[in-house]
Ligand binder design. Structure first.
Ligand code: BEZ
Ligand code: FE
Length: 288
């Protein structure tokens, strides 16, 4: 194949992939090439703009390491993560909706009993969280594995601090025989996604802010049910309609109720004001 020009280059690349043994790879690579070429044609991409794009992606790569996943931030802020999550989670009405995973999950969070304080020293106003895990037909789901993670009062996750070997504001617990769970933590606050890198510069250039509304992350797994990765958002948060990563769903917004000092739902005597949050999760049955 020689003398390729702007009209023939796309088909020439696609023809090179015809004999790949993997049909799905051919489909994905082919579609990517077609859309990339269509994009360059549509905007009449110049050489210097192409170079700028390459520099941007290079910076995204350089910014990425074990603690900082700039590619996930890029996917999240471009809405690609929400699109993929939405397509992968077409659940029956009544199931708790899924939302983006985000870059701050870590493996190996400590296991706690119900009632424990998963803040483990993370700063913030105390919050008592409780609810039930159920299946779509209302059945309680006992022994579901509930993993929770959240930012502290300064909007930072434990992994954003120098590593001291402690997990703060994250943990794993299991639902009881009646599907109920409860734990103590802290009130989530709105926070900006990390924006001191290329994705932050991109948001700036596009006149966008980096803020996420206050939320708690949950990942719930139980045999016979689909894994649920979701958040609970704080009702009234100013960023609910402009989440930097497009993750808010109305069904995931709940009131975080403020209480004066006194007795908390688990009987703890609180000398300072505290919050409570109640949220039930409905899991979809796993495909057989
Ligand atoms: C998060 O909620 O932890 C998050 C999600 C997407 C990008 C950055 C942070
Ligand atoms: Fe978060």
């Amino acid at each position: 194949m020689r003398n390729l020009d702007e009209n023939t280059i796309t088909d020439a690349v696609l023809a090179r992939h015809e004999h790949v043994g993997n049909a799905r790879l051919t489909e994905i690579a082919g579609s990517l090439v077609r859309h990339l070429h269509a994009f360059a044609r549509e905007v009449n991409l110049t050489e210097s703009e192409w170079e700028q794009g390459i520099r941007f992606l290079t910076d995204v790569g350089h910014m990425t390491d074990e603690k900082r996943q700039e590619f996930i931030l890029l996917s999240d802020t471009l809405g690609l993560s929400t699109l993929v999550v939405a397509m992968a989670n077409r659940k029956p009405a009544g199931c708790t909706e899924a939302t983006v995973f985000g870059p701050f999950f870590v493996e190996g969070a400590p296991e706690y009993e119900n009632g424990a304080d998963v803040a483990n020293g993370a700063t913030g106003v105390p919050c008592f969280v409780s609810g039930k895990i159920r299946g779509l037909y209302g059945e309680p789901v006992p022994n579901a594995r509930i993993e929770v993670w959240q930012a502290d009062a300064d909007g930072l996750y434990d992994v954003q601090y120098p590593d001291d070997g402690e997990h703060r504001g994250r943990g794993v617990l299991h639902s009881r025989a009646d599907g109920s769970y409860h734990f103590r933590s802290i009130v989530g606050e709105p926070y900006p996604i990390p924006h001191d890198g290329p994705v932050g510069r991109m948001l700036d250039a596009l006149g966008r802010h980096p803020w996420r509304p206050a939320h708690l992350h949950f990942m719930i797994t139980a045999p016979g049910y689909e894994r649920l990765v979701t958040h609970v958002f704080r009702e009234g948060d100013p960023y609910l309609d402009s989440d930097a990563v497009f993750g808010v769903r109305s069904s995931l917004i709940a009131p975080w109720l403020q209480h004066e000092a006194g007795v908390a739902p688990d009987g703890t005597r609180m000398a300072t004001p505290f919050y409570t949050l109640e949220f039930d999760f409905v899991l979809n049955r796993a495909a057989l």
